[in-house]
Ligand binder design. Structure first.
Ligand code: NAD
Length: 251
């Protein structure tokens, strides 16, 4: 049985990605800085072999412990969704240095450390690594300087790792979601909103930017991650696939 690790599996895109891997017959290690008990319960009710692990992806020792948990459980790692991430608002003048460093630590260094810890095992299984980048890593957006820089690093790391590990038969790709309603995106707009009415107005404003006139769903992002991680994408590596309702290509 293939083993998948999903980081950021306690919530949002990561939780649904864990379910998707389970549906494809993987044993799933659900890893997050928060508890993944609910995710694991859902998976087990669906008949999936699942376990929870605590990880801070910004910490090298913690990533090593996550890998030890997977290897001690099933003895193999075939698929990794490096998905954990955080968002902080602000342009270069308004974001604090501490916030910049926190976002880079989790989103960029966290992607690097997750890759570094898991790649030796992905080499053994000729497996696949999928990052969750963002449309904001491919194009600018007002007021998210640290987040945008961190996701740009994820995009570059995807291409670099694909180049470095192709000869060892590990494929490395990324999904670049547009706006998906999760605690992360809602937190972003809560931070900007003056009150509830303004919050709703901001959410409507998001939809207005998208040619397909709606938010993406966690399911749609998870489907793409699962595809990129599967043999169906066996000749795809180094790609960053926008799943964004047409945002990037139709402006
Ligand atoms: N929601 C969107 O609109 C959107 C758009 C583009 C990209 N993304 C990316 O998708 C990924 C998932 O985000 P989401 O929208 O599902 O948000 P979310 O907040 O629902 O989930 C993110 C998860 O990451 C976990 N996490 C945060 N810091 C961590 C750390 N240091 N170590 C381990 N886990 C940590 C959180 O606890 C949380 O469970 C993120 O990388 C995010 O940047 C989201």
């Amino acid at each position: 049985m293939r083993t998948a690790i999903v980081t950021g599996a306690a919530s949002g895109i990561g939780r649904v990605t864990a379910e998707r891997f389970g549906a494809e017959g993987c044993a799933v290690l659900c890893a997050d800085i928060e508890g993944c008990g609910e995710t694991v319960d859902v998976l087990r009710r669906q008949g999936v072999e699942a376990r929870a692990a605590r990880v801070d992806v910004a910490d090298e020792g913690s990533c090593a412990a996550m890998v030890d948990a997977a290897m001690g459980w099933t003895g193999r790692i075939d698929v990794v969704a490096a998905n954990a991430g955080i968002m902080v608002e602000g342009d270069v003048l308004s974001v604090s240095l501490a916030d910049w460093q926190r976002v880079m630590a989790v989103n960029a260094t966290g992607a690097f450390l997750t890759a570094r810890a898991t790649l030796p095992h992905l080499v053994d299984t000729e497996g696949a690594l999928v990052f969750t980048a963002s449309t904001v890593g491919l194009s600018g957006m007002k007021g998210v300087a640290a987040y945008s820089a961190s996701k740009g690093a994820v995009v570059a790391l995807t291409r670099q790792l694909a180049a470095d590990f192709a000869d060892r038969r590990v494929r490395v790709n990324a999904v670049a979601p547009g706006a998906v309603r999760t605690p992360l995106s809602e937190g972003q707009f809560r931070a900007r909103a003056r009150d509830d009415a303004h919050f709703d107005e901001l959410l409507d404003g998001v939809i207005a930017r998208y040619p397909l006139s709606r938010w993406g769903t966690t399911r749609e992002i998870a489907e793409t991650i699962a595809f990129l991680a599967s043999d169906r994408a066996g000749w795809i590596t180094g790609q960053v696939i926008p799943v964004d309702g047409g945002l990037l290509e139709t402006r």
